[in-house]
Design a protein around this ligand. Structure first.
Ligand code: G3P
Length: 217
């Protein structure tokens, strides 16, 4: 499963890219609004750092506007993927943009039927929002399971990109279910590294080592 970071922060993306396990980035209007500045410049900078798929989202809600913005986003860099929402106009725009060879990530997906529509329109990625489904008492992972099964059985090449990830369990469940990609906020990636027994174990190893060095002199 590929690991993307869900962030518009160049600083966070640089830090994660330096580890060497980051495959791509997703952004959305909320994340880029938080950063301020020229969003095209930010996206270009991110593409230069990661050199993998970087999703930038349209803000138009009508077909013509989405296609215009989508072409503009795709022109920023060869790594750009255009994110459109799962609406009638979004699916229509997906069909047009993917027909032009532009990779499209259809976002705000909350059900398998929605994912199926996006796949039929040639989406490269569908983004089910697991956290937001869990928030309203549904099971985000159940929807991921249905989409993975659907794409496997129908032999669609569209990748399942699990989004709205809130914790390490979401990440591991996504991998177990066979999702192709998980996009994870930087603080949740940080939490993947952590276990109290790792810290305790390391402290003990170093103490024992120091003691042995002291005993030699
Ligand atoms: O980028 C889309 C998605 O990951 C947003 O997540 O936490 O705002 O539901 P969240």
């Amino acid at each position: 499963m590929k690991l993307f970071v869900d962030s518009g922060s160049v600083k966070d993306i640089e830090a994660l890219a330096s580890i060497g396990i980051l495959d791509g980035v997703t952004t959305n209007p909320s994340l880029l609004a938080k950063e301020g500045g020229d969003y095209r410049q930010i996206l270009k900078r991110i593409c230069d750092i990661v050199k993998g798929p970087v999703s930038g989202e349209v803000v138009a809600t009508d077909y013509a506007g989405m296609v215009r913005e989508g072409r503009d986003i795709a022109a920023i860099d060869e790594h750009m993927v255009v994110k459109v929402p799962l609406t009638r106009d979004g699916v229509t725009a997906c069909k047009t943009l993917s027909g032009e060879g532009i990779r499209v990530n259809v976002t705000l997906i909350f059900s398998a039927p929605q994912a199926w529509l996006a796949a039929k329109a040639g989406a490269s990625y569908v983004s089910p929002f697991v956290g937001r489904l869990d928030d309203i008492g549904n099971s985000g992972m159940q929807v991921v399971r249905e989409i993975v099964d659907l794409f496997d059985n129908a032999d669609y090449s569209t990748e399942v990109l699990v989004a709205s990830v809130r914790n390490p369990t979401h990440v591991i469940e996504a991998a177990r279910l066979g999702a192709h990609v998980v996009t994870v906020p930087a603080p949740v990636i940080d939490s993947l590294f952590k276990h109290p027994l790792t810290d305790i174990g390391l402290e003990k190893f170093l103490k024992d080592w120091e003691k042995a060095q002291g005993a030699k002199v």
